[in-house]
Write a protein that binds this ligand. Structure first.
Ligand SMILES: [Zn+2]
Length: 199
């Protein structure tokens, strides 16, 4: 992940060239990813209905939604929980995979707040993947390069499942990759969340 230096009014001209140069190209520390992605999505939503975030928590931590074993949005306390185990799992792929997890859970919060949660779990999950892609593409000041996009795709593939008919079905590996890719493309071509067929 890369952060783009903010463009100041005085720096227009040659400064613009520098402003578009990545100044941080190494893998980000989890805290930097959490802070950057979370604040970026809040900004996209105009700081409205921001869910609380609790991250780096242990498996089976007790929450208002019971004991949770994977990252989760709990509507009872409007909180996104990001598990320590998932952070470790994401970093087998890279920092962008963690960005995708955060964006996916934030999307569940917005599905709930805005009342567009689909009826079936796999549709809900694939819509959250797609929205996550839109978010990642729109976050100001963070860019995802080809390597990041490969990380996200590989991670999304790895967490797909074939549990058709189960309420835990999140979409097949290929469907999950496709959903997040459609979202990222939607952020680039101006379609935004419409790419996820929300309106
Ligand atoms: Zn989900």
């Amino acid at each position: 992940m890369k952060i783009l230096k903010a463009l100041t009014a005085a720096a227009i001209g040659l400064g613009y060239v520098f402003a578009t140069l990545p100044v941080l190209a190494r893998e980000w520390h989890p805290k930097a990813v959490v802070d950057g992605v979370y604040s970026g999505i809040q900004k996209i939503h105009g700081y409205k209905a921001t869910p609380r975030l609790i991250w780096n928590i242990r498996e089976y931590s007790r929450t208002r939604c019971g004991r949770i074993h994977s990252s989760h949005y709990c509507k009872l306390d409007h909180t996104v929980y990001i598990m320590r185990r998932d952070i470790r799992m994401a970093y087998r792929y890279g920092d962008a995979a963690l960005a995708y997890i955060i964006a996916h859970e934030y999307a569940h919060a917005m599905q709930t707040v805005h009342g567009f949660t689909p009826r079936y779990s796999s549709f809900t999950e694939l819509q959250a993947d797609c929205l996550a892609g839109v978010y990642l593409g729109l976050i100001p000041n963070i860019t995802f390069d080809k390597k990041d996009i490969r990380e996200i795709a590989a991670f999304a593939y790895s967490i797909g499942d074939y549990a058709w008919g189960s309420k835990h079905h999140h979409g097949t590996p290929r469907q999950r990759v496709k959903a997040v890719t459609i979202g990222m493309q939607g952020s680039l071509n101006g379609q935004g969340v419409r790419a996820c067929r929300l309106s």
